[in-house]
Design a protein around this ligand. Structure first.
Ligand code: MN
Length: 286
């Protein structure tokens, strides 16, 4: 299914051009004692068939008439894959405004980074540009949403731990600081417009990613060019930390990153997942 959150506190399944309200299928209060992970994602694991069978007779709204939100509530962590496409490595190594004099190493050498969960932003929300005197870039990425909890997950079993996929924008302030710092600004982790569950998208290894700025195409690539594919990323990340329901993995951006300015409109899309139109709002720190 395509699972969404809408109008702030409603949970839905997309059916054609409608949203079916499935809020009543969830326990809406966090549990006590608390559990790790996102409490909506935790309730989706293993229940997709039940959801599909529970759609008839429920309230339906036009997709045009609702406000889509970031599809989960409180992911425990956002894992980021740095330099996971060779052509992006080459462009970053060639551009001093991206590399700030550093050698751009590949993912296997430098590991992963984390983005702050407070940076999460939904498909109807603008990115509030910060530090606009510096270079701020778009990075369109496939986002993996973890379902089943696991640690030290072998690549052969990795996709069993995936709840689904979303489109992501790993917004980035360029500069000499740690990536985790520059990529954790409020609203710099855009995820949406919904989660396509893995039963509908069993193979994430050949999906087209595109990004346009003001209608002009800047990024156009395929997930087949990842250096660490989705199973490898899950294997690698879970060697270091337990992956919990709702944890997000930003899988890295392909070539074509470029600067954004206040007033720009981004259109980010991943084939078979969805597309988002995101406004860049004026400088938030000014
Ligand atoms: Mn990135």
């Amino acid at each position: 299914v395509r699972f969404c959150r809408f109008d702030r506190d409603r949970l839905g399944v997309i059916e054609g051009s409608a949203v079916v309200d499935v809020t009543s299928l969830f326990d809406l209060w966090p549990v006590w004692p608390p559990v790790q992970g996102d409490w909506i994602a935790r309730q989706l694991v293993g229940r997709i068939d039940e959801f599909e069978n529970a759609l008839s007779g429920r309230k339906r709204l036009s997709l045009d008439a609702v406000r889509l939100e970031f599809p989960l509530v409180s992911p425990g962590k956002i894992v980021g894959a740095p330099v996971n496409y060779r052509a992006h490595q080459a462009e970053a190594q060639a551009d001093a405004k991206i590399n700030f004099g550093r050698k751009i190493a590949q993912i296997g050498e430098i590991g992963l980074f984390l983005k702050a969960a407070s940076a999460l932003s939904g498909p109807a929300d603008p990115v509030r540009l910060s530090f606009s005197e510096r270079r701020n870039d778009h990075e369109v990425e496939l986002v993996v949403v973890i379902g089943k909890e696991g640690r030290s997950i072998p690549r052969e079993r990795a996709l069993e731990h995936v709840l689904g996929y979303s489109v992501g924008l790993d917004m980035t302030v360029r500069g000499p600081e740690f990536p985790t710092f520059r990529k954790s600004v409020d609203t710099y982790a855009v995820v949406g417009p919904w989660i396509v569950t893995a039963d509908e998208l069993p193979d994430p290894s050949n999906l087209k990613l595109t990004l346009k700025v003001n209608g002009e195409e800047r990024q156009n690539a395929s997930t087949r060019d990842m250096i660490f594919d989705v199973p490898a990323l899950i294997e690698y990340a879970s060697k270091f930390y337990t992956l919990y329901p709702g944890d997000l993995i930003f899988t890295g951006t392909p070539e074509g990153v470029s600067e954004v300015k206040p007033g720009d409109i981004l259109e980010a899309a991943v084939e078979k997942v969805g597309e988002m139109r995101i406004a860049i709002a004026p400088d938030y720190t000014a």
